[in-house]
Design a protein around this ligand. Structure first.
Ligand SMILES: C/C=C(\C)C(=O)SCCNC(=O)CCNC(=O)[C@H](O)C(C)(C)COP(=O)(O)OP(=O)(O)OC[C@H]1O[C@@H](n2cnc3c(N)ncnc32)[C@H](O)[C@@H]1OP(=O)(O)O
Length: 713
């Protein structure tokens, strides 16, 4: 857990708690006793704290949060204070990615040394808490308010060089950190110790504090979108302008407030959910799971189609060091894609991107020897089936064939080949080289090896892979579609697009559904509705009532906009209008007129609709569908659905995701009641019929987390 050794007059305490040296109770106890021993040992003049393995420490053990263990002595706070109060100089030597409590230990030390490849960060706000143990008080004294505010409220990591420039580190070294730290510790003098205690310093540039804090507050109010941790952390930093002990009390007070907040619990859940989804199984056959599966070794990947998605996917693969054969029949499109890829990879640090690993070709037969192909052609079932037939003919029979689709039937695509066991859906999110989510969809015949390979490939290229079953829209788009459907009904009943968007943005989404639709292009879903027979390019299909389709209430408003060529930002007009070259959504009188006339034509009585109703009507049907998905065994557990929404659809992270939010914030009983209430008002929308899983759980008074714990392997 923590090892102690002496090198002449220097005692070295090394954390050894693989994989990430988190500071659980055992580690804290051993570090504390090592420190006390070193202080008592007359032969020891100075002390080094460092870590073994891949990192100094990733900080506090988050698994202890929400349990009593975190308060067991020595707490992290006691340990940090013991380091700060040490009568012998303490040097912290940092390597790897040092986070949270690791930075707290470093700040309390008298000297800070780091390996040149080290990174340091304070991700606490991402867990809904603030950096305590004196971090909000010591950091501004060391690096100034501005840098401290940036580090604490963003949670982003700093490179060793940045930390050195900011004044957070005293020295950056290359190679043999242990030797250099011991050498450094030998050179420091106990006589200078008092002056090295950061707590005795004042915050540099305190005279400009108001301006810095005001500017930060304004930015955070806009960016946090309801998350309370960043603004609370800012208050703690503000307290660093007070005497140190007063500031420490304020930090502890604010820390306690966040510690017990529902948002901290939700964010902790989100942290572990992202890691839980890799432990997948198929609900209908639990023997098929991450433990029994053996992935194929993938060294080369073919990407078919050099449009926006193909380019993003290629960049992700190249960045992970894989060989890529990019195939596109249109030579001009291919050349454009290659230049985009090269530009994107140029100047990327880390040495991974290797453009020479890319072969671009118009010739399908070049895909003959790749291990896996990701097809990224236009979202059209007939086209994809044709492409898969060709791929089946040209590629090696052992090659896995993946289709990048956002909702088409994997089984139909697989049926176009002689190897349905080697066909899988890999739904990338746009921009594919930026978005971390990869929704992997198994079909009826997809083999366990193919599933494991797609999941492994996701991890290799830095994505969070979530495995789901095959159904229209899969998990993400099947649920998300309902949100947009209800949003349009709200327009019919009296809301304006900006009212709906505002309510959901206040809930925490970066963009409301109409702004998202304008960004993505309304034509994409219009084509899908046409394919599904819900509408035609000229209006409702013959003999179809305007407001009902396929047994459900239907709003034709989106179709009406598309029929006018209003596809969103790319056409300068959609639900909003856009000035040339601008992405700012401006309310458009023409849209208001169109909605107004539609209401009049169909006898809707306009009424004022509250933000609460907007949020409930847009989100509750989607959550209800999530329960149906679990019931149908299309996702391993609620975490999988939550991760899809957190990483793919901008669901506000501080609420944990749709299923967590329903379970822990709304409450399953309340959700059921609301669904019943809206169902009574809107009987012709099947999405208000509560799922039987939800009914059962609400009746039993059980929770999704208990259900999930029982179902996960
Ligand atoms: C007050 C609060 C204080 C003082 C704090 O310190 S709060 C904690 C601050 N630290 C963090 O938030 C670190 C979070 N961890 C990460 O960001 C990443 O794990 C990493 C960048 C450090 C490493 O990433 P990676 O190499 O991809 O590894 P994984 O994320 O997959 O993690 C491996 C396993 O370790 C578990 N883990 C990671 N960090 C912690 C932690 N701080 N406490 C407990 N467990 C942690 C993670 O869940 C993985 O576990 P398994 O899923 O493999 O079981």
């Amino acid at each position: 857990m923590a090892e102690c050794a002496t090198y002449g007059t220097v005692a070295v305490l090394q954390i050894n708690n693989p994989p990430l040296n988190v500071l659980g109770h055992d580690v804290r106890s051993q570090l504390m006793s090592g420190l006390q021993q070193a202080l008592q040992d007359k032969a020891v003049c100075s002390i080094v704290i460092m870590g073994k393995g891949q990192t100094f420490t990733a900080g506090a053990d988050v698994k202890e949060f929400g349990t009593e263990k975190v308060f067991w002595e020595p707490t992290l706070h006691s340990l940090v204070e013991a380091v700060s109060a040490s009568t012998k100089p303490v040097v912290t030597a940092i390597h790897g990615t040092t986070l949270g409590g690791g930075v707290a230990l470093a700040l309390a030390s008298h000297y800070r040394l780091a390996d040149s490849s080290a990174k340091m960060g304070l991700p606490e706000v991402q867990l809904g808490i603030l950096p305590t143990c004196g971090v909000t008080q010591r950091l501004p004294r060391l690096v100034g308010l501005q840098t401290a505010v940036r580090m604490v409220t963003s949670g982003q990591t700093q490179s060793a060089q940045q930390a050195l420039t900011a004044g957070l580190l005293d020295k950056v070294v290359t190679d043999d950190l242990l030797k250099k730290a011991v050498g450094f510790a030998r050179s420091v003098d106990v006589r200078g110790l008092e002056a090295r205690r950061v707590s005795s310093w004042t915050v540099p540039g305190a005279d400009r504090a108001e301006d810095v804090l005001d500017a930060a507050r304004k930015t955070l109010v806009r960016r946090s979108r309801g998350a309370i941790a960043p603004l609370t952390a800012l208050q703690a930093i503000q307290a660093s302008l007070l005497p140190f002990e007063t500031g420490m009390k304020r930090e502890a007070e604010l820390g306690r407030y966040l510690w017990t907040s529902w948002q901290a619990a939700a964010l902790r859940y989100a942290f572990f959910a992202e890691r839980t989804v890799k432990r997948w199984h198929i609900p209908r056959n639990k023997n098929v799971n991450y433990r029994t599966a053996e992935p194929m070794d993938i060294k080369s990947v073919g990407v078919l189609g050099a449009g926006t998605m193909g380019v993003g996917i290629t960049i992700s693969l190249l960045q992970a060091g894989l060989k890529v054969v990019l195939t596109e029949v249109n030579k001009a499109q291919l050349d454009k894609a290659v230049s985009l890829i090269q530009r994107s990879l140029e100047g990327k640090s880390g040495g991974k991107p290797q453009p020479m690993q890319l072969r671009a070709t118009t010739d399908y037969s070049q895909l003959r020897e790749v291990d896996l192909v990701i097809e990224a052609v236009f979202e059209d079932l007939a086209l994809k089936k044709k492409v898969f037939q060709q791929l089946d003919a040209v590629t090696n029979p052992r090659t896995i064939l993946a289709t990048n689709t956002s909702g088409l039937d994997i089984d139909q695509i697989a049926a176009a080949t002689q190897r349905p066991d080697k066909v899988i859906g890999t739904h990338f999110f746009s921009p594919a080289h930026v978005m971390r989510l990869l929704e992997n969809i198994y079909g009826r015949h997809t083999s366990v090896e193919t599933i494991a390979t797609a999941m492994q490939l996701g991890a290799t290229i830095g994505k969070v892979g979530v495995l789901v079953g095959n159904c229209p829209g899969f998990v993400g788009n099947r649920m998300k579609g309902l949100n947009f459907t209800e949003a349009m009904f709200l327009l019919e009943e009296g809301a304006e697009p900006q009212d709906v968007d505002k309510a959901l943005e206040e809930f925490g989404f970066a963009m409301g559904p109409f702004r998202v639709s304008d960004l993505a292009g309304g034509d994409v879903h219009w084509r899908r509705r046409i394919q599904a027979g819900l509408t035609t390019e000229h209006g409702p299909p013959p003999y179809t009532p305007v407001l009902y389709r396929q047994g459900n209430r239907y709003s034709p408003l989106a179709d009406m906009l598309c029929m006018q060529g209003r596809f969103g930002q790319k056409t300068g007009a959609g639900w909003y209008r856009y000035k040339s070259g601008s992405r700012t959504a401006l309310p458009d009188a023409e849209v208001h007129r169109l909605i107004h006339k539609h209401r009049q034509d169909h006898g809707f009585q306009r009424r004022n609709i509250s933000s609460q109703e907007i949020v409930e009507r847009c989100l509750f049907p989607l959550i209800n569908e999530g329960f149906r998905i679990l019931e149908e065994g299309l996702a391993t557990g609620p975490q999988d659905i939550d991760v899809i929404f957190l990483l793919g659809f901008g669901w506000p992270r501080h609420t944990g995701g749709p299923m967590y939010y329903a379970d822990k914030v709304v409450g399953l009983g309340n959700l059921l009641q609301s669904l019943e209430k809206y169902r009574a008002y809107h009987p012709r929308s099947a999405h208000w019929v509560p799922s039987s899983l939800l009914r059962k759980m609400a009746a039993q008074g059980t929770s999704l987390s208990i259900w999930a714990a029982g179902s996960r392997l």
